[in-house]
Design a protein around this ligand. Structure first.
Ligand code: NAI
Ligand code: MG
Length: 396
């Protein structure tokens, strides 16, 4: 078997800790790979004025697959204040390197699976008929458009004249904002392109077909946001009719979907949405299956793919002598990478091992014991990050 090369991108804080554990699990499961480390994150911003150095981009261009921990981001001014002295005052502006990666490599398809592990004490429960306690098995995969929409970055405060005049050509603008002084306007655009919308829709239908989900739900707001949400839903109807007749197309509004999140989460299969609504709905479903310690994701482009847990660098836990955070989100993200690389057997073995550790219930990190994260959780019986990874390895 030829060895794959994976670009490991530890980043900051607990990103470094959980990535190391995930790689130990991959090794123990006999995944044949070399790891080359890509520099990314806060240290490189401070020392070099760039949290995503060119050499890291080159590594990803060459090897195509990245396994990423997490980074620390800070607001513009706070970031500028932490630059090394020789870089201060040069007009350098911080921007999140993971957002930059998604944009640079056009990682436009974000997949966030939310699947209940049996026996997870953090699983959502609800009251059913006759006061019975129900624990619905959630198995939802959210497809989030990752590069456009409200996170596309096309925004202004006090817009330039050309933009302002363009806006004035729209009757609704004149009606609703015509009397607002230009300097008092802040505008963030929501732009969808047909190509990217079609790509995320097709990816979601293909996934439903491949993994046997019976429905794809477009979760937007087409009755109000007529142009962007409207285009997505209309395209979904065309694609379903022409190419995926066996899969049901459902349509929910993001607000109603969040209100009904806990009512029937077990009924949904694949959910597809634009950037912001996809972010919202995926966090909502992640909450039903255990939250940030369990939420994994993939960012797929045409050439490069990056796999990462949804959580950030959790700086307050970064320097604990014994790390307490849950590595499962990172390990499950590594499984998504294995699936992407066609290593289904190894991925399935690791997933089954995680499921067995959780259902046995002997090894639990602090979040699974509903403790407040503090160094003393270990004395109180919580597993450390390493112990959780060891437990998974023992079940392989
Ligand atoms: P966060 O996800 O780092 O942490 C929020 C809280 O969630 C933590 O305090 C902890 O209680 C819990 N948590 C997170 N991961 C956990 C795990 N594996 N196991 C158990 N508990 C866990 O989000 P926060 O605090 O908003 O941001 C911290 C830094 O991370 C910021 O600088 C932010 O910009 C960055 N960030 C980076 C992301 C990325 O790299 N993709 C995503 C989100 C935030
Ligand atoms: Mg989010």
């Amino acid at each position: 078997m030829t060895k794959k090369t994976i670009v490991s991108l530890p980043g900051d804080g607990i990103g470094r800790v959980v990535l190391e554990e995930a790689i130990r699990v991959l090794d123990a499961a006999d995944f044949q790979a070399n790891y080359v480390e890509g520099d990314i994150g806060w240290d490189f911003w401070v020392k070099e004025g760039n949290p995503l150095p060119e050499r890291t981009i080159k590594l990803l261009e060459e090897h195509k697959v990245g396994l990423f921990g997490a980074i620390t981001s800070k607001p513009k001014d706070a970031a500028a204040a932490e630059l090394s002295d020789h870089l201060k005052g040069k007009g350098l502006v911080y921007s999140s390197p993971i957002v930059s990666l998604r944009q640079y490599f056009d990682l436009d398809i974000c997949i966030r699976p939310c699947k209940t592990y049996k026996g997870n004490p953090l699983n959502f429960i609800r009251r059913g008929a006759g006061n019975a306690i129900e624990e619905p098995a959630v198995d939802v995969v959210i497809f989030r458009q990752n590069t456009e929409g409200l996170y596309g970055g096309v925004e202004w405060t006090n817009p330039p004249d050309l933009v302002y005049q363009g806006l004035r050509s729209h009757p609704k603008f004149v009606q609703n904002f015509g009397n607002v002084p230009k300097e008092e306007l802040s505008i963030s655009t929501r732009i969808f392109s047909r190509r990217a919308t079609e790509r995320i829709l097709r990816a979601s239908f293909n996934h439903a077909r491949k993994y046997g989900y019976k429905s794809v739900t477009v979760c937007e707001k087409p009755n109000v946001i007529r142009e962007t949400s409207g285009m997505m839903y209309k395209l979904a109807q065309e694609i379903q009719k022409a190419d995926f007749p066996e899969i049901e197309l459902w349509n929910t509004n993001i607000d109603a979907q969040m209100m009904w999140l806990t009512k029937n989460p077990e009924d949904y299969g694949v959910i597809v949405a634009g950037n912001m609504f996809g972010d919202i709905v995926s966090d909502g479903f992640a909450g039903l299956i255990g939250g940030l310690g369990f939420a994994c994701s993939a960012n797929l482009g045409e050439k490069v793919s990056v796999f990462e847990p949804t959580h950030g660098s959790a700086p307050k836990y970064a320097d604990y002598p014994v790390s307490i955070v849950n590595p499962i989100a990172m390990i499950a993200s590594a499984c998504m990478m294995l699936d992407h690389l066609g290593e289904k057997e190894i991925s399935a073995r690791i997933s089954v091992a995680i499921a067995r550790v959780i259902s046995e219930g002997k090894v639990k990190t602090y979040d699974m014991m509903k403790m407040t994260g503090r160094p003393d959780v270990i004395e109180k019986g919580a597993a450390s990050t390493r112990q959780m990874a060891d437990a998974v390895i023992a079940k392989l």
